[in-house]
Design a protein around this ligand. Structure first.
Ligand code: F6P
Length: 321
């Protein structure tokens, strides 16, 4: 291969820049020109491509977000949108495409590869909902941001003897909530994967109060069976001992400098993606499996949401006492 392109798509995640840098510099090593596509599938269809030189990816390793920008795009999901993209890729002489993004973005990558265009995916999403890889780029940084917030909120909760309801991101996946609750020492967690009733949350908070705790933390995933605001309203009609406060962490979780873990993961994935596309692989996603960097079919990556290791729920239950 002589010329490939790289793009970021869907929600940005910390470490995407490190992956772009690794793709460009691995391309240089293998004698492949790498073009950067701006704003995800919108730029792919509109021909917004620029050659990325070594200098352009210099100083971005530690930066959150994505220098290529990103977008969520509906048109690309249509056959007409995909034809438009393929025409642009051919016009520019691009022979292969690397897509960094979450489930929606990888679904787009699969569509292109099915039409015969060499395409490789890199999992980039803070949600850790992409199947087949232990971790996606940005998860570790987001989790550390969540822990920092939980630690701060506990300080003020303890001072006032309050309970905090904290909503974390993750779309339909409870990974960030469950890990955040275990590592941040929460009293109770609610995720999309498991049915928990509001009465159970109230009971856990009351139990913490009765046992003499000076604070209580409930971590609620954004995709939980009930909204954190509903929970707050429900609790306002009960007396669990603590005064209740609510914090929605929101997009704070998406920004920030990537951790060492995310820089390494993104770098390894970027290097691997160029090597495999150059070796003729297509319709695959780079995945970390144990200590290995492998490729798995894109179909497998998007077929289902990455399942949570069930044993963590049990751990969360007895460690919160
Ligand atoms: O997929 C990443 C994510 O941050 C989810 O956790 C969240 O549900 C969603 O994106 C938010 O999307 P947007 O940035 O478009 O509001």
């Amino acid at each position: 291969m002589k010329r490939i392109a790289v793009m970021t798509s869907g929600g940005d995640s910390p470490g995407m820049n490190a992956a772009i840098r690794a793709v460009v510099r691995t391309g240089m090593e293998l004698g492949i020109e790498v073009f950067g596509i701006r704003q995800g599938y919108s730029g792919l269809m509109n021909g917004d491509y620029n050659l990325l030189t070594s200098v352009e990816v210099s100083g971005i390793l530690q930066r959150g977000g994505t220098i290529l920008q990103t977008a969520r795009n509906e048109e690309f999901k249509t056959p007409a949108g995909q034809k438009k993209a393929l025409r642009r890729l051919n016009e520019k002489g691009i022979e292969g495409l690397i897509v960094i993004g979450g489930n929606g973005s990888l679904t787009g990558a699969l569509a292109l590869s099915k039409q015969g265009f060499p395409t490789v995916g890199i999992p980039g999403s803070i949600d850790n909902d992409i199947n087949g890889t232990d971790m996606s780029i940005g998860v570790d940084t987001a989790l550390n941001t969540i822990l920092d917030a939980l630690d701060r909120l506990r300080d003020t909760a303890t001072s006032h003897q309050r309970a905090f309801l904290i909503e974390v991101m993750g779309r339909n996946c409870g990974y960030l909530a469950l890990m955040g609750s275990i590592l941040g020492g929460a009293e109770v967690v609610v995720t999309p994967e498991r049915e928990v009733k509001m009465e159970e949350v109230a009971a856990a908070l009351e139990d913490a109060y009765v046992r003499g705790k000076t604070h209580a933390i409930a971590v609620i995933a954004e995709g939980a069976p009930f909204k954190v605001t509903q929970l707050q309203e429900f609790l306002s009609g009960k007396n669990v001992g603590f005064e209740i406060r609510l914090t929605i962490l929101g997009h704070i979780q998406r920004g920030g400098s990537p951790t060492a873990f995310d820089r390494l993961l993104a770098t390894r994935m970027g290097v691997k993606s160029v090597r495999v596309i150059n070796a003729g692989e297509s319709g695959v996603m780079v995945a970390q499996v144990g200590r290995e960097m492998k490729t798995i079919p894109l179909q497998e990556a998007i077929d289902q949401i990455r399942p949570i290791n069930e044993s963590y729920y049990e751990m969360a239950r007895f460690l919160s006492r």
